[in-house]
Design a protein around this ligand. Structure first.
Ligand code: AMP
Length: 289
């Protein structure tokens, strides 16, 4: 069963009646197979799930796409109703009717995680992660779920939220779910639909570059990777924001302690910004520069 909830009051009443486990899947809607994979995992691991659909104004910069971000609630509900679940499982969908349902009038709190939020996307989108952590904290408080599901697609976001949960001793288990891609390797994103057919082709450079980095590292050729050169090679059709190879645990520079590597990239194609990453274990030769 799917239950659509439009207000925090309605949700809090509903929440008081749930005694079994609850899994939370925060989204901005316009659901695709990436979101659905999170919701399916949550259904597999919990009695009930809460999918939130809220285009959070606080995480968009003044010149970003808040206004034109696709809002497709009917379609989202349809997609969620296709998930595999037992008869007695409920998918609660909290799609607040107004911004005030999440941020009551006069709301004046910001949750801000320093350090890990200040690099990569944090540099080109000032204030973005404060918007993310503030809304996610609020959703955690409302949901009172045991587990929350996020995508590796937004890996830095996951790491920022992980730090918030650690620092504030929040009683919730976080799960980081694999990136779902289309058959060409492009990571699914609600923003892909802004792209023309040609731009979509050009966008493949992002996942392909990350793959080539992974391959080189696995072949023990880390020293030969020049990310500046890689960005220059591919700068005719896309503008690179960043391309970095970091420690997958903490997003710091690779060190002798590094066990997992993450290669992360962000590009701009026209007005569209896309991000992607690959996370893989560090095997074989040392790659400390
Ligand atoms: P969004 O609606 O873009 O805020 O995303 C909601 C959640 O879905 C976030 O935890 C994202 O990381 C996750 N997500 C988005 N795209 C994908 C994808 N292609 N594969 C897996 N998870 C994703």
């Amino acid at each position: 069963m799917i239950k659509l909830i439009k207000s925090r009051k309605q949700w809090l009443l509903q929440r008081s009646e749930i005694s079994e486990s609850l899994g939370l899947v925060p989204t901005m809607g316009n659901l695709h197979l990436g979101h659905l994979s999170l919701a399916q995992k949550a259904l597999d691991e919990n009695k009930h799930i809460l999918v939130t659909i809220f285009v959070n104004p606080k995480q968009f910069g003044p010149n970003e796409d808040f206004e034109r971000y696709p809002r497709t609630l009917e379609q989202d509900l349809e997609l969620l109703s296709g998930l595999k679940k037992n008869e007695d499982q409920v998918i609660y969908v909290f799609a607040p009717a107004s911004i005030e349902e999440i941020y009551p009038i006069g709301f004046s709190t910001t949750i801000s995680v320093k350090g890990v939020s200040e690099k990569l996307c944090g540099l080109s989108r000032p204030g973005h992660f404060d918007g993310v952590t503030t809304v996610v904290y609020q959703l955690f408080a409302l949901a009172r779920a045991q587990k929350a599901y996020f995508g590796q697609k937004d890996y830095q976001q996951y790491k920022v939220i992980e730090k918030m949960v650690h620092d504030l001793c929040l009683d919730i288990e976080l799960l980081c779910c694999p990136i779902i891609r289309d058959q060409d390797g492009l990571a699914l994103s609600s923003r892909n639909q802004y792209l023309s057919a040609d731009e979509k082709k050009a966008a493949l450079i992002l996942s392909q570059t990350l793959q080539s980095i992974q391959k080189k590292i696995e072949q023990g050729e880390f020293q030969k990777i020049d990310t500046v050169e890689l960005k220059n090679e591919n700068s005719s059709t896309v503008q690179w924001d960043y391309l970095e190879i970091l420690d997958g645990e903490n997003l710091n520079e690779i060190s002798s302690e590094t066990k997992q590597v993450v290669a992360l990239g962000a590009i701009n194609i026209g007005k569209t910004r896309l991000i992607d990453n690959l996370l893989f274990p560090l095997t074989g030769a040392s790659i400390v520069r």
